[in-house]
Design a protein around this ligand. Sequence first.
Ligand code: IPM
Ligand code: MN
Length: 352
Amino acid sequence: MHKIAVIPGDGTGPEVVREGLKVIEAAAQKTGFKYETQTFDFGGDRYLATGEVLPESAADDLRKFDAIFLGAIGHPDVKPGILEKGILLALRFALDQYINLRPVKLYPNVWTPLKDKGPEQIDFVVVRENTEGLYVGAGGFLKKGTPDEVAVQESINTRKGAERCIRYAFEYTRKRNKGMKLTLCGKTNVLTYAFDMWERAFNEVAKEYPDVTTDYAHVDATCMWMVKNPEWFDVIVTDNMFGDIITDLGAMIQGGMGIAAGGNINPEGVSMFEPIGGSAPKYTNMNVINPLAAICAGQMLLETLGETKAADLIDKAVAKATGEKMKSMAAGKMGYSTTEVGDMVAQFVMEG
Ligand code: IPM
Ligand code: MN
């Protein structure tokens, strides 16, 4: 019995999570796995009503689950940063979800802004470090608010943190068994401490994986190649900040935020899966938002729980929905409503 914690969250989060759960249910019926869910009300509405961003017991409560399914965090009436830092980043850190796994996969018939590139060329995975770097909140102000103000924001990189991320990326590249190539994305020409350590860790761990080809690209060049030659990439490993940036670029070349999913993974603990697009509050309760990103997050969740057959069925069902039915990935332009897309993918899973 898999225990899944559900955090629908803000804006369109609850709508897309509903469709994601619909598809998980179809996959459970089809392949026979058992699961139960429990819903948590973390998000902007709860914060506005109670003044509490995240209950103190949240991480301990969530640790009792096998996986977490998250909709979106971000509320128009709450100052940016409070919920993101107080819920999303807090959970990533508290649960030590040190990997942010973000597939950049163009499904059939999905529009990409890249000319002459299709699903053959756009199919790689970014392994983003998820608990260190610029995200740790180290630094501070001096003489704040004066003309002499100083602001320091430090990137904290530990050998252990870099190494466990790199090792995960090598394992993942091997398991994926597609191009058997891992690219380190960094900035060794300028960030000569942090990425010096990353590069040394990368080269040392690489010795344990002689079957994996290694490559290196600076982050700026990575952006360039992602647009010009996305087919060069199989798996990319990078730090938290660069991973954040290049995966938004990745989301765009795979058809937009409507279809981009990710997993915050603790390989030894509980992992949290989410559509990476945010809460899109202006579309709330209009039944127009694209639920495919959440459905794909559910797919990753099942894969991580070892439900490979179910995950595979969902992947094929999504490919069928985009390939044969949907007009667009954009909210309101899909040719179907949010619930209709969920129904359709669930049905394809049942028929699969
Ligand atoms: C993401 C988001 C978050 C991040 C924000 C909301 C804190 O952009 O998941 O990529 O920067 O990690
Ligand atoms: Mn981001």
